[in-house]
Design a protein around this ligand. Structure first.
Ligand code: PHE
Length: 452
């Protein structure tokens, strides 16, 4: 069943849409994951490969998703159903809604950690570690604490629900309009602080000088997966956000802005982390703990460390929140458009269920640490299923769908519906049909190749 457009929300301004879509893209993927995998994969050369992936996979798929959304004014399931009713392609939409549901279940847990760290920063718990090992132990102790983890998880989901319930314009757009510029200002302050530390240069060199001898085949595959996750692609988040666009919107320039913005934030984040880590004599290869356990050690040794620690964790929480909003919105849009639920019922019901499903993920570092599914604890299982299977498959099929099934000709018509000239049409058609599906297939099968 397809609903008339007027029942659905619309973005009020072009800027509001770009802020919301950038808010979805800029998240833990940029602030937490990008620095630590860059650190683990040798720095500069990895960054270069990541940028190539953004251009040949991220850009075309993002435009495809926006186009599908604006053409149909529907959630992912409705979008595929309207264009090819009764075909298995509708399954891409269902996979997307399921992915949104599952990603948010563990994303909400990490979102809770960020809120907890804002509180801990404010109360001076994060700027007085004697050494990095102590900061790591502190983090380990925190994520194993059932009561604390659940409390902040619930708080984070509560804030997400409160924003999404207000709807597309009054909730999501308004929140992102304020939060995204705040995030940029905080990032710039942090960058200035990091770059003016003694010894910052060594970090810059690691980050910016491409040393190709450090690049393995496996790093290339990781760079591609990261491009996907960071741009919120492969599950219909951008279809959903595109569905609230008025017809006059220029999709190609919106795509360029969002991709540029997301990439810029990730790159700036590197300019914060690596100078700081090197200046404090720490290693960039720490892994997932880089942000939560290495940075507090950095703050401890840094002039103005207390203020910097607060700014950093507020920034991390904002980034997580604007992405969580988009994850919930995908699920909610499905229940509103396809099932005829009202927004309030959809947000409350789904928000609570997603919170409940996230509880075992939240407890995976404490009481449920020994509960394993196929050798992984719950958090890792959900993370792995979504990031390594559902998103790549969804992205590859979306590219194939737009490139070959619905067809670039129809898509092109939609892109130019309102007197927009699509300047890079030839590039887009080529990458969406040939390069993106093949490249993503390689990522997907990556795990069958031996990692270095
Ligand atoms: N892009 C978000 C981040 O970088 C994560 C995300 C993935 C959000 C998929 C929505 C959909 O953290």
């Amino acid at each position: 069943m397809t609903e008339p457009t007027h029942k659905r929300g619309l973005w009020a301004t072009r800027m509001g849409f770009i802020m919301a879509a950038s808010g979805s893209a800029v998240g833990l993927g940029n602030v937490w994951k990008f620095p630590y995998i860059t650190g683990q994969n040798g720095g500069g050369a990895f960054v270069l490969v990541y940028l190539i992936c953004i251009a040949v996979v991220g850009l075309p798929i993002m435009l495809s998703e926006f186009t599908l959304g604006r053409k149909t004014n529907l959630n992912p399931v409705g979008a595929f159903r309207q264009l090819k009713p009764g075909t298995p392609w509708v399954g891409i939409g269902f996979t997307g809604v399921l992915a949104g549901f599952l990603i948010l279940s563990f994303y909400g847990v990490v979102g809770g950690w960020t809120l907890a760290y804002v509180y801990k920063a404010l109360t001076h718990s994060l700027d007085q570690f004697a050494n990095p090992a102590d900061a790591g132990k502190f983090f380990g102790g925190f994520i194993a604490n059932t009561g604390e983890v659940l409390f902040y998880h619930a708080l984070f989901m509560g804030v997400t629900i409160a924003i999404v319930i207000k709807g597309v314009h009054a909730g999501i757009e308004k929140a992102c309009d304020i939060l995204m510029p705040t995030l940029v200002v905080m990032l710039v302050i942090l960058m200035i602080r990091a770059l003016t530390l003694d010894g910052a240069m060594e970090g810059l060199k690691f980050y910016l000088y491409p040393d190709f001898s450090k690049l393995s085949g496996h790093s290339i595959l990781m760079a591609m997966g990261q491009a996907f996750f960071s741009l919120s692609l492969g599950m219909g988040a951008m279809i959903t956000y595109g569905s609230y666009l008025p017809a006059k919107e220029n999709l190609t320039s919106a795509t360029l802005y969002v991709v540029l913005f997301d990439t810029l934030i990730a790159l700036l984040m590197g300019l914060v982390i690596f100078p700081a880590v090197f200046a404090m004599g720490l290693k960039p290869t720490e892994g997932p703990g880089l942000v939560f356990s290495v940075l507090p050690a950095v703050f401890t040794g840094m002039p103005m460390g207390w203020v910097v620690s607060i700014i950093f964790f507020v920034l991390l929480a904002i980034a997580a929140l604007t992405s969580a909003i988009s994850l919930l919105e995908v699920v909610v849009a499905y229940f509103i458009d396809q099932r005829g639920w009202d927004r309030k019922k959809a947000v409350l019901t789904m928000g609570l269920i997603i919170f409940a499903i996230g509880i075992p993920s939240g407890l995976s570092f404490g009481v449920l640490a020994d509960f394993k599914l196929f050798g992984r604890h719950f958090f890792d299982s959900v993370d792995n299923l979504t990031a390594n299977y559902l998103l790549p498959i969804g992205g590859m099929l979306t590219a194939i769908f737009v490139g070959w099934v619905w067809g670039t000709k129809e898509a092109h018509k939609e892109i130019e519906r309102h007197e927009t000239t699509f300047h890079w049409a030839a590039y887009w058609e080529f990458v969406v049909r040939y390069i993106a599906p093949v490249a993503v297939a390689i990522v997907f099968f990556a795990k069958y190749f031996p990692a270095k």
